[in-house]
Design a protein around this ligand. Structure first.
Ligand code: SAH
Length: 261
C-alpha cells in the first residue's frame, strides 16, 4: 500500500492538555455547565431538562461553530438530535456540555466537538451516501450521521451497548441506521465499498480491512495511537494508494478485536 503522509494542524493550535477523558479533543475548551439538573430524561427531542433542551442544543451548536465547525448539514444534525436521550438520566443535565460522558461498560459517548469534527471531515464536495461507523456505543454519532447521510451502517462489539443503541434509535425513529453486533476492525465486507468510514475508537494502526473497504475517492477518519492519539484522515486515491493527513490530538477509548457478548 502506498501511503502519502501530510501533517496538518488545520489552523487549530494545541494549547496543552486540559482534558483527559475519553473520546475528547485534548485541547478542549471547557464551557461551564449552564444547565439545570435532576430532570427527567424519558422525554424526547424537544423535552425538558428543567430548561428547554432545544435551546441547550442551540447553544451547543453555536459553540461548535465558534470552535471551527462550519459545515451546515452537520450543525443542523447536531441541532436536531437530542443528546440527553443517549446518556444515563443521572448525567442528562450534562448532556450538552462539551465533554465525553460515561455510557457504561468502560465506554463513553464522544464529546460533541469530536462527533461534529469527524462527520464534517468525511464530507467532500460530493456528500458520501453509504457510510460506516465503527464503535456505535450508545448510538449518538450514528443518529447524527443518519441526519447527514443517506445510508448509515454502524458496528459495535459490546452486545449490551448494541442493544442500548438499538433502543435509542428506535425511540427517535431512526430505524434506517443499520446496526450490527460484531468486530468493526473487520468492517462490513458484504456492504462495502463505503463512501466514508468513521472510526470512534483508537487502534495503534488503522485496520487494513477498513482501508480496503473504502471506495476510490472515499474518506476514512479514525483516531490512531495509544497514549498519544491523533485524528487521521485517509483518502483512497487508487486501487492500492491512500493519502494520509494528520489532524488534531484527541483521546479515545481503545479499538479492540473480537466481540463481547
Ligand atoms: N460513536 C460513539 C462513541 C462510542 S465509544 C458515540 O456516539 O459517542 C467507542 C465504541 O467503540 C465503544 O462502545 C467500544 O465498545 C467500541 N469498539 C471498540 N472496538 C470496537 C470494534 N473492534 N468493533 C466495534 N466496536 C468497537
Amino acid at each position: 500500500m502506498a501511503v502519502k503522509d501530510s501533517r496538518s494542524g488545520v489552523g487549530r493550535g494545541l494549547h496543552g492538555i486540559t482534558a483527559s477523558n475519553s473520546n475528547t479533543r485534548i485541547s478542549a475548551t471547557r464551557i461551564p455547565n449552564r444547565l439545570a439538573s435532576g430532570s427527567p430524561v424519558a422525554a424526547l427531542a424537544s423535552e425538558n431538562l428543567g430548561l428547554n433542551s432545544e435551546r441547550m442544543r442551540e447553544a451547543m451548536v453555536q459553540r461548535l461553530h465558534a470552535q471551527g465547525i462550519t459545515h451546515d448539514q452537520v450543525l443542523a444534525a447536531m441541532q436536531l438530535i437530542p443528546r440527553h436521550v443517549f446518556v444515563d438520566q443521572a448525567l442528562a443535565s450534562r448532556a450538552y456540555d462539551d465533554a465525553s460522558l460515561p455510557i457504561g461498560h468502560g465506554q463513553t459517548i464522544s464529546q460533541p466537538w469530536v462527533v461534529a469534527r469527524m462527520i464534517a471531515a468525511v464530507c467532500n464536495a460530493t456528500m458520501p451516501a453509504r457510510v460506516l461507523e465503527v464503535g456505535t456505543g450508545c448510538g449518538y454519532q450514528a443518529a447524527v450521521m443518519a441526519k447527514v447521510f443517506a445510508q448509515v451502517h454502524s458496528i459495535e462489539r459490546i452486545r449490551a451497548l448494541y442493544d442500548t443503541a438499538k433502543e435509542h434509535l428506535r425511540l427517535l425513529r431512526l430505524t434506517k441506521v443499520r446496526l450490527v453486533h460484531g468486530d468493526g476492525m473487520l468492517g462490513l465486507p458484504s456492504v462495502a465499498p463505503f463512501d466514508a468510514i468513521v472510526v470512534a475508537a483508537a487502534g495503534i494502526r488503522i485496520p487494513q480491512a477498513l482501508l480496503a473497504q473504502l471506495r476510490i475517492g472515499g474518506v476514512l477518519i479514525a483516531p490512531e495511537g495509544t497514549s498519544a492519539q491523533r485524528l487521521i484522515r485517509v483518502t483512497r486515491t487508487g486501487a492500492s494508494s491512500w493519502d494520509r493527513q494528520e489532524l488534531e490530538e484527541v483521546r479515545f477509548v481503545p479499538l479492540k478485536a473480537g466481540v463481547q457478548t
